[in-house]
Structure formats: structure tokens, C-alpha cells
Design a protein around this ligand. Structure first.
Ligand SMILES: [Zn+2]
Length: 412
């Protein structure tokens, strides 16, 4: 944890109406009813922001007071790489990829879980529980293993088989709950936490405002990696919206510090088979109105973002509206095409859950010719490798002779 600066003091803030409250107040806004979020009371321009070693180099802007409580596996400080082929293909001035696949368990969720479980340890808790399609479960299990805590994982019907196995390997208690609706599984997990005194570690800001703070550090890193010249668009997949909302709040912190004059347009992408987020924006719904319209039957290859409600809509919806961004919906065919394109032309194998950001470039290219674009590549395709059914070049079985190898090469 970077102790160059004193840790910020936090309060609760409503991003809908601007109400603020002390940190120990209830998490619901008394003025408008939206969930409250954490926000540093004041932010100081950092004395130096060099290349971070982990995201905890920005620890002064995270809501953990006790450095001894921090549970870390070296998360954050992920690469930002150029994607020249994607830029040329879609007519952008530049595309860069924030490669969150290099996090310890292979997804950006490590940032959020590191903050959340540090909070649990600060409170002296010994068991954490999450609802997850896979990435949060793996992260919670890994960080709980590191912390010597018990993890109970509620995996819903959208969870991928590879991710379930990954989560189980860390020694967690894994419950595969027979429901395709994350909102129903959340009800069960919250009741279990209440009944048995577990710390609720799911990354859903409407229930738990601490861990979603971890996503803000991506914005801080982008500022550092872009040398202060942030791109025109930042594109992220949206499930519950915690990533998008966290990015936005991190960018607002940078603005409050006087480091950036304006924030990039934020673009959130969902699959056509589960698209409550574009729906809420098209309908002009408030966050609370959106909760009355859960997506009835989530079904998509992007299971990690198949959330039937927008659990972080109270920050994800204003992230789009206030930056002049947009939501884009893509089909499963386009998602898989995006996954293969990224692997075959840029050398990065992402999971289907984050391939929507690549699929969205085609639509974004129509409105952003020459623009500078950053895509957040959130999760590693190796997690689901056995389940990626199609490849362009099927492996060829050959006899152990040069003649057979030569024959096989002629056919490819
Ligand atoms: Zn409010």
C-alpha cells in the first residue's frame, strides 16, 4: 500500500442526486432512494504517479484504513497494448487494449475482491460469500485462500464449467444453484450472509459499496499509461455495470484532482440475449425503474455478463449519460467472431464474456472515425478453453515422420 499520501477519508455519495452522508449511515439515499456509493471526501493530486507495481500503489484512494488488513496477490498494474490491426480494420486513429487478463486469477474482478476481502478482514470476519458466474467466484476463492478465510460461492445458471472448476481448486465451498436468474441467487446469498454472519463479497454496488471501488484503479492506471492524454472512448462489457461505474468514478476522481479536463465517452456493451442496460437507456429509465424490469430469460455465450438486472445501474447509467457515451448490443455470433479476431490478429485470447467489446467496434467505428479507443479486455479465455468449440484451423493428427508432416502442411 502506498503510504506516500495519507489515506483518503470517505463519505457516502449519491451519484443520482448529489446527497452525501457519513460513512456509517445506511447505504440508501434518504433523498431519492438510490443506493449510495463511497467517495473520497477530498482528493489531492498525487505527488508522483509512476508506473504502479500493483493497484495498491493507489491505496490512498481506496477505502481501507489499515494497511495490515490488505489482502493482495499483486493485482492491477496491467498492460496497455496497441491493437494496430483493429484500428486499421475499423478506421480508428488508435485502439489500445487494457489487458486485465494478466490479473492473478485472470480477470479484473481481482481488483474488486482484493478491496472487498481487505474490508472483511478489517472488520474481523472469517467467512466471505459471493454470487457469481465464475470470475468473482474464482477471485473470492483465491483471495480467501491467501487470507486464511472460508469462501462460500453461490454460482448461478450462467456459470461456465471451466470457471466452476477454477473456483473449486482454491478450496472454496462451491454451490451450483439451480437458477438462471442472478437476482434470485443474490436473494439466497444475502439471506445466508444474514443468517450465518458471513461477509457479502459479491461485486454488486447496490448491496456492497466497498469492493466495487477496486475498479476505479483501472482509470488511475489509464491516466498514468496514457501520459495524461486519455482516449476519446473507453469500451467495457456490462453485466451488473460495476466495471463501467467504477471506471467513471475513477475518472471523476482524476477530474477532481485537476489532472484531466474532461472524461472520455464511456461505452457499455451487452449481449442481445441479456440486454437490460441498453434497454434502460433507450427507455430513459432511472436505476430504480430498471429494477422493475429484470431481463426475463438471459441466454448468451457471454455468461459472465448475463445479469438480469443492473446491480450497479446507479453509477453505470449516469456513466453513459453524463459522458455522452452509449450502450451497444451485439449478437452471440458477433461476440464469437470478436473473440476469434482478437486471438488471430492481436494475439490475445479473451473469454466470451469480454469479447463483446471487440464486437462493438464495428458499430462504434461508424461514429468514431479517427477516434482513439481503449477496450477493457476483462477476462482470460484460457478459463473456458475446453468449451471454445470452433477454431479456424482444426489440429491435424499426423504420423511421426517428415513425410506425413509434409503431406499435412500441403493440405492446410
Ligand atoms: Zn439521492
Amino acid at each position: 500500500m502506498n503510504m506516500d499520501q495519507p489515506a483518503a477519508t470517505f463519505h457516502l455519495h449519491c451519484y443520482q442526486c448529489g446527497h452525501t452522508a457519513p460513512l456509517d449511515a445506511p447505504f440508501t439515499c434518504p433523498a431519492c432512494g438510490d443506493p449510495l456509493s463511497l467517495r473520497p471526501v477530498r482528493v489531492d493530486a498525487p505527488p508522483r504517479w509512476e508506473t504502479p507495481r500493483t493497484m495498491w500503489d493507489y491505496g490512498a484512494l481506496l477505502p481501507i484504513r489499515d494497511p495490515g488488513a490488505v489482502v493482495t496477490l499483486g493485482e492491477g498494474a496491467t498492460p496497455l497494448v496497441h491493437a494496430e490491426h483493429l484500428a486499421a480494420k475499423y478506421g480508428f486513429g488508435e485502439v489500445r487494449l487494457k489487458n486485465e487478463m494478466t490479473n492473478p486469477t485472470g480477470s479484473f474482478k481481482d481488483r474488486q475482491i482484493s478491496v472487498g476481502i481487505s474490508r472483511a478482514r478489517e472488520l474481523g470476519r472469517d467467512t466471505v460469500a459471493v454470487v457469481s458466474s465464475g470470475n468473482v467466484a474464482a477471485a473470492a476463492a483465491a483471495y480467501a485462500a491467501k487470507a486464511g478465510m472460508r469462501a462460500v460461492l453461490f454460482m448461478h445458471g450462467q456459470a461456465g464449467q471451466g470457471k466452476i472448476r477454477q473456483a473449486a481448486i482454491y478450496g472454496a465451498t462451491v454451490l451450483c444453484v439451480d437458477s438462471p436468474a442472478p437476482s434470485r441467487v443474490f436473494e439466497l446469498c444475502l439471506e445466508a450472509c444474514s443468517r450465518w454472519g458471513w461477509y457479502h463479497l459479491s461485486t454488486a454496488g447496490m448491496y456492497e459499496p466497498y469492493n466495487v471501488e477496486g475498479a476505479k484503479t483501472i482509470a488511475y492506471e489509464l491516466y498514468q499509461q496514457y501520459g495524461g492524454e486519455l482516449p476519446d472512448y473507453v469500451v467495457a462489457p456490462v453485466g451488473g455495470g460495476g466495471l463501467l461505474g467504477g471506471l467513471w468514478r475513477g475518472l471523476l476522481d482524476l477530474q477532481r484532482m485537476g489532472l484531466v479536463a474532461h472524461v472520455p465517452k464511456l461505452v457499455g456493451v451487452q449481449a442481445a440475449g441479456c440486454a437490460p442496460f441498453p434497454q434502460a437507456l433507450e427507455q430513459g429509465w432511472s436505476f430504480q425503474e430498471s429494477l422493475k424490469h429484470p431481463w426475463p430469460d438471459p441466454e448468451t455465450v457471454a455468461g459472465g455478463i448475463a445479469d438480469d438486472i443492473i446491480f450497479d445501474g446507479h453509477t453505470a447509467l449516469p456513466a453513459i449519460r453524463s459522458t455522452g457515451g452509449k450502450a451497444i448490443t451485439v449478437t452471440d455470433d458477433a461476440i464469437m467472431a470478436g473473440l476469434h479476431l482478437l486471438a488471430e490478429r492481436e494475439g490475445l485470447l479473451c473469454e466470451p464474456t469480454c469479447a463483446p467489446v471487440i464486437a462493438a467496434l464495428e458499430e462504434l467505428g461508424g461514429m468514431g472515425k479517427g477516434a482513439r479507443v481503449c477496450c477493457i479486455v476483462t477476462g482470460n479465455g484460457i478459463k473456458e478453453l475446453p468449451y471454445l468449440k470452433t477454431v479456424r484451423n482444426e489440429p491435424v493428427r499426423v504420423a511421426a515422420t517428415m513425410e506425413a508432416i509434409s503431406d499435412a502442411l500441403k493440405k492446410t
